[in-house]
Write a protein that binds this ligand. Structure first.
Ligand SMILES: [Fe+2]
Length: 290
């Protein structure tokens, strides 16, 4: 499903500066999927199933408890409680991405489609160098905008700059049919006059694509593989390309190089991140002994 702005909340009613500073100051803990991010990528559990801030993995729950980060961020907590309903809320995370990238992937691949997962993002601040992408295009989220993102399709995120980019990620789960506005609390003040727009990207000629693949085939090996994944993942933010084209390019480059090890590694990466994986399955980009 395409991304859409569900509504906009006026953040001027909340003094979030100190809370954002606090969240930026929290030391990053190791996380499940760290190796698929580059730069400063931080996920902080604000509300989750256990109330334990070190519990960062998404899972279903019928009670969403505040962690120490929620307790330390008075205004952010008030913002969440005022505008969002807790009935179907599973988890709230603060997500920071600075000078970094999260490579194209799909979430919930291992969880199946029986239940209706609904993920929204709220940008807590503007950042002109920060972009999101999915199978429908590239877009920017402005402060206060509440965006629905389909985490079940391929998506990625980047911040090309050094400035803070703090977002909230709220995961809801519904057993039955629902509408977007079911996530909002009774006291919520939402501006629904919003229009979803995409960033215009430059065309990239097929000849240029062939040259990139050919050049990649000459430098790709187990020592450069990870860097190449990150470098080629950035192309679709600038040029009009499918979000996960980087994986197809790398597989083509590995085939041109006739490097079986890299072909296997790249096919495995694409399968794990965007095609199919099992619960608990792990894939290590830089483990060449598996
Ligand atoms: Fe994701």
């Amino acid at each position: 499903m395409p991304p859409r702005i569900i509504g906009k909340i006026d953040l001027r009613d909340y003094n979030l500066t100190r809370d954002i500073e606090h969240l930026n100051s929290v030391t990053k803990q190791p996380e499940e999927y760290d190796e698929f991010g580059q730069g400063h990528w931080k996920n902080l559990s604000i509300y989750n199933a256990s109330g334990d801030a070190s519990d960062t993995q998404y899972r279903s729950t019928d009670h969403c408890l505040p962690t120490e980060h929620a307790l330390a961020c008075l205004h952010l907590r008030e913002f969440i409680h005022t505008h969002f309903k807790f009935d179907n809320l599973q988890m709230v995370r603060a997500r920071s991405l600075v000078d970094g990238l999260v490579i194209p992937h799909r979430d919930f691949v291992e969880l199946g489609q029986k239940t209706k997962y609904f993920r929204v993002f709220v940008a807590l601040e503007d950042n002109d160098e920060s972009f999101h992408s999915d199978e429908h295009g590239v877009f920017q989220m402005r402060a206060g905008e509440v965006w629905y993102l389909d985490a079940g399709i391929s998506h990625a995120a980047v911040n090309f700059g050094l400035h803070s980019r703090m977002f909230l990620c709220l995961d809801f789960m519904f057993e039955d049919a629902f509408v977007d506005t079911d996530i909002f609390g009774a006291q919520a003040a939402i501006d629904f006059d919003c229009h979803t727009t995409y960033i215009e990207r430059q065309p990239l000629h097929t000849t240029h694509v062939s040259e990139i693949i050919s050049a990649t085939s000459k430098i790709i090996n187990r020592h450069t593989f990870k860097d190449i994944v990150f470098a080629l993942s950035k192309y679709h933010f600038i040029y009009d390309l499918p979000v996960s084209s980087c994986y197809d390019w790398i597989i083509s480059a590995a085939r041109q190089a006739d490097n079986l090890e890299i072909i296997d590694k790249a096919v495995g990466l694409r399968r794990y991140l965007i095609e199919q994986r099992d619960i608990g399955q792990r894939y290590a980009i830089n483990d060449w002994n598996a």
